[in-house]
Design a protein around this ligand. Sequence first.
Ligand SMILES: Nc1nc2c(ncn2[C@@H]2O[C@H](COP(=O)(O)OP(=O)(O)OP(=O)(O)O)[C@@H](O)[C@H]2O)c(=O)[nH]1
Ligand SMILES: [Mg+2]
Length: 704
Amino acid sequence: MAKQLNIALVGNPNSGKSSLFNELTGLNQKVGNFPGVTVDKKTGVCKINQDLTVNFIDLPGTYSLYPKRSDEWVAYKVLLNQDKDVKPDMVLLVADASNLKRNLLFCSQIIDLKIPVVVALTMMDLAKQKGTQIDISGLERELGVSIVPVNPRKNKGIPQLKKAIEIAHQNLHIAPYKDFINSQTLAGESIAAIQNYLPNLSKYTAIHYLINHENFLLDKNTQDAIEQIEIDTKFNPTKTQAEEIMQRYSRIKHIMQQTVVESDPLQKALLTEKLDTILLHRTWGYLILVAVLFILFQSVFFLAQFPMDWIDGGFSKMSLWLTTVLPAGWFIDLFINGILAGLSGILVFVPQIMILFGLITILEDTGYMARISFLSDKLMRKVGLNGKSVMPMISGYACAVPAIMSARNIENKKERLLTILITPLMSCSARLPVYTILIALVIPSKFYLGFISLQGMVMMLLYLFSTFIALLVSYILKWFIKSTERSYFILELPMYRNPRWKNALQTMLEKAKIFVFDAGKVIMIISILLWGLSTYGPKNKMAAITTTYDALVSQNPTQAAVFNKQRNTALLENSYAGILGKTIEPAIKPLGYDWKIGIALVTSFAAREVFVGTMATLYSVGEEANDNTLKQKMAAAIKSDGSKIYSLATGLSLMIFYMLAMQCMSTLAIVKRETKTWKWPIFQLVYMTGLAYFLSWMVYTIFK
Ligand SMILES: Nc1nc2c(ncn2[C@@H]2O[C@H](COP(=O)(O)OP(=O)(O)OP(=O)(O)O)[C@@H](O)[C@H]2O)c(=O)[nH]1
Ligand SMILES: [Mg+2]
């Protein structure tokens, strides 16, 4: 039978682990030119040869074996065999050749843990550009492990790496590694006592048991025993760590003198450094940042307009055509006015979502995203956040769920919590559909200077305003959340790289797929449910309405069209959905909403994008067949006094409501998971929805 081997991919952040993982397993893990892209473990399978299959585990990056951030803990626990699910037999250490010294530190720690290891050396191309030459076989001899140069970006070196893994697997039981440093000298007495109690640990592993055992999967007796050893032998963790790092660096320095030739760093100013003098400039840097964000939002709105119009128009024509060719009946009605209407409500937003995700991926991939973090750290600090909060916040423009997870990258607990609390305020792509349709309804389509669209500007204002509110909320909350931890901002600025267009395209397709299927499922179910609720109602009442209008039509056959329309309206108002909407109408009337919007507020509690699907269903049920688009139907909707329902005041008020209210089950669930308590998601639900109600009411009152 084929052997199964578990191999963990570890290494410094942004060293290329996920890229290599993708090449080895054929999967599509998120890759980005930003330290801290991967924040959780992920497994994939690779067949090395007929007898050997490997489960590779992609892990978050760590700088050393002294974890601080919660994503570093994920990798640390796997390496110390303290993870419940993942037990590695071997480690594939991914080391960045252009930052060799720091990467070797981590490598040397793993060697001393005595886990079998193979090193994959990435970024050889960059090292070469820097003028660094590495004697690989010399380095192999010094470290006692095999080292394979690879370039996962260009798919180079993969067969050689597989071969090295195969050989390492065959030698698994032969040669134990030499110690890299002599751990005995660090805390000899304590180590001996631990090894006496837990005989299978290496000396260096014993040190980690002494320092971090509280977080390990150990029974109470073992915990107490280790605690006792610490006291008896007067173990000093800080001194031990400091001494360890010094010894390691001194040996690494020695090894690098033998095996690495570095050119004078002053001689070659790299492209990255040249670019950074402009892009991180005190004035230019900020101006360019604003320009980049401006272009981002204008393009989302502008580029997507054309495909959106085609999709919208296409669906309207199709449902008109289907009504004329298909026989009438409840099933056809459900299909056209329930399912098809709901479906077009989803598909029409795919272009915008793809463009937004594509552009964010490119920002990340080029390395500019890390610069945005750097530039905004000062501002972020003022409101209680950190430069690293920017990445979750900008990803929040796409979707709050992965964005909240990426906050694991923030060291300080308070800053991380604040980031989690405000990220759902960032206007995610699910709000885009709502904004888009409302903007189209209440903001005139005008262009300034021929290319700056007024609608695009309003869209950008919405994004700016939501960002402003997020910062404001953080500024207020920071006074209420206590913390004694010191805050610092350490972010390695990655080198600029060309974006990988294929990666951007893949992300776009993948996000579109997720949106259509995940959101689609919810929207579809709700659309069907809604069709039922809005087609049926209390029997007697519905029958009475039908009889009344039937009588009217037979008396005045010339007025039949008018009466039919009135009948349909009356039927919808008295259907179950109508009753539901009318019940909540008093609560939302002060915000300028009618009962149809009330229904949408209820249905979109699960997910915001359901708004459009709901509207599509509500406005097509009971309508005469026509090829009007949803936008045209909503624009034509009037109140009983003849004024438009979607006036500027109502439109703006609704946009503000959707911008601020917490209407997303998935976000609540992920916040619960990340903060490990229901307290924070409930807090978010209350404060966001309260804020939304209050500000929408204000906006409506002002513009009315
Ligand atoms: N020039 C060059 N770029 C590379 C190489 N390997 C990976 N990259 C790029 O390095 C960046 C980081 O790659 P990732 O695979 O996301 O790195 P990671 O180690 O998973 O990063 P974290 O998950 O943040 O720890 C991406 O932009 C890759 O395209 C290489 O050998 N040469
Ligand atoms: Mg990664």
